[in-house]
Design a protein around this ligand. Structure first.
Ligand code: TRP
Length: 446
């Protein structure tokens, strides 16, 4: 029997024209991954996400077409992978709301993109939330819905998106905790060798820095752009540092290991910037030229792509999205009024009574705390404290410590230090970690 396939899911926001950074960081590795055996791939155009950034309808439409054509040109095969447009799947915004109702607002406050906007406002002396839409704030929840709806195992992303995957895990976990095991918790996958490319000015290649090299510009324009890459002023013959050079980093993203070694040597030997750029240009064009040809054919016939996308969404909804939402609605209580159900605890099988911290005073006049798990088993028994405040502080510290380490494997380790002398008989640190986990999740402030 073959094991069930790994589901890999990739989304690209339709807010711009695909550039080499998108190609190297997302499109190319995702398409390669889709060809590994026993993988089920999901590729989609995140056009709802685009609305957060772009309020120009023509640009959203154009970008959606360009990105769809790019993926197809790069070898995406809609017969063997799921290829769809986010806004063709109404179950995604529906799930977004269901997740919104379990998502911690405090967690969303810490999202990098939102925080960066707040910081910018503060720096400019504006109100914290000036000009910030709720769409930007909710962006991670929408993204979690994209991922969780299809129970994706792996999500290839750039480093800047890792936090979003962690949030998706968090929302999924909270949902599972409350309503039973419905969601697979996804993992971020970052391509080890080159996850992000430098742009023309050396900063990360990104639309927002306006330093990109579009993937499918004509050959002569590609050459012009590559020649415009900013370098230092070292003369021909002067040794150049490969690792700090954006020309080298770009080259490496397209070259084989041997070619990269040769280029590194050429840098040490003082290759002229013009020659390095010429080689970089030829290397990139060799890979891109055949794709560019296909791209131009595709983009000339938008109705064909439109059909492919609709067809993909239809099949995908029938196979996954519609049944999944039906199951979730029932689990949440959005169900037929005449439906007979068992009690929630039995229905989900996961929820028992919560663990409980108790603080109390003994006859010796000292203050103590203990922790019982949901079944009443004693997990922790503190020594005596002189004041109730001291006992309370240790309890607070335990919870805080755990909250910080929540989700990280080393939680047990650090907890162990705090717990010395407090563990009840036959109790291991993991038992306590589990109890704290459910308390933290319940408090909604992990
Ligand atoms: N936020 C992603 C980006 O800007 C795009 C995206 C939306 C996405 N939904 C997703 C990526 C789901 C992976 C999975 O790159």
């Amino acid at each position: 029997m073959t094991p069930s396939p790994t589901r890999i899911l990739t989304g690209i926001t339709t807010s711009g024209t695909p550039h080499l950074g998108n190609y190297v960081g997302a499109i190319r590795p995702a398409i390669a991954a889709s060809r590994t055996p026993n993988v089920e791939s999901f590729y989609f155009l995140a056009d709802y996400h685009a609305l957060v950034k772009v309020q120009d309808p023509a640009r959203v439409q154009r970008s959606t077409l360009e990105i769809a054509a790019s993926w197809l040109a790069c070898g995406l095969d809609p017969e063997t992978v799921w290829f769809y447009r986010q806004s063709d799947i109404p179950e995604i915004p529906e799930l977004t709301w269901l997740l919104t109702c379990v998502a911690g607002k405090g967690l969303l406050n810490r999202a990098h993109a939102y925080k960066a906007s707040v910081d910018k406002n503060r720096a400019e002396g504006e109100d914290d939330d000036a000009g910030i839409t709720a769409g930007l704030f909710m962006y991670p929840v929408l993204m979690a819905a994209d991922i969780l709806l299809f129970n994706a195992h792996k999500v290839p992303v750039g480093r800047d998106q890792v936090q979003h995957i962690e949030m998706a895990r968090d929302f999924g976990q909270r949902f599972n905790h409350l309503y039973g095991e419905h969601f697979t918790l996804p993992e971020a996958v970052i391509e080890a060798q080159v996850a992000t490319l430098p742009g023309l000015d050396g900063r990360k290649m990104s639309k927002s820095y306006d330093n990109t090299i579009p993937l499918f510009v004509p050959r002569d324009q590609l050459k012009k752009l590559i020649y415009s890459i900013v370098t230092d002023s070292r003369a021909p013959g002067e040794a150049k540092d490969a690792d700090s050079s954006n020309v080298f980093q770009l080259y490496q993203a397209f070259a084989t290991a041997d070619e990269t070694i040769a280029m590194r040597k050429a840098f040490a030997d003082g290759i002229a910037w013009g020659d390095a750029k010429q080689q970089l240009f030829e290397r990139i064009d060799a890979e891109v030229a055949p794709l560019r040809e296909r791209y131009e054919l595709l983009i000339a016939d938008p109705s064909k792509i439109e059909q492919q996308l609709r067809h993909g969404a239809q099949r995908l909804r029938a196979r996954y999205a519609t049944p999944c939402i039906a199951e979730l609605r029932a689990a949440l209580g959005l169900r037929a009024l005449d439906l007979q159900t068992t009690s929630p605890a039995k229905a989900t099988g996961t929820r028992t009574t919560l663990p409980l911290f108790k603080q109390y005073r003994e006859a010796d006049g000292m203050f103590y705390f203990k922790l019982h798990d949901g079944d009443g088993r004693l997990l922790l028994q503190s020594h005596g404290f002189k004041s109730p405040k001291d006992a309370g502080q240790l309890v607070a510290r335990l919870k805080a410590e755990f909250r910080q380490l929540h989700d990280k494997a080393e939680a047990g380790l650090h907890l162990g230090e705090v717990l010395i002398g407090t563990l009840a008989q036959d109790v291991v640190v993991d038992d306590v970690a589990q109890a704290l986990e459910s308390l933290v999740i319940e408090a909604g402030d992990a």
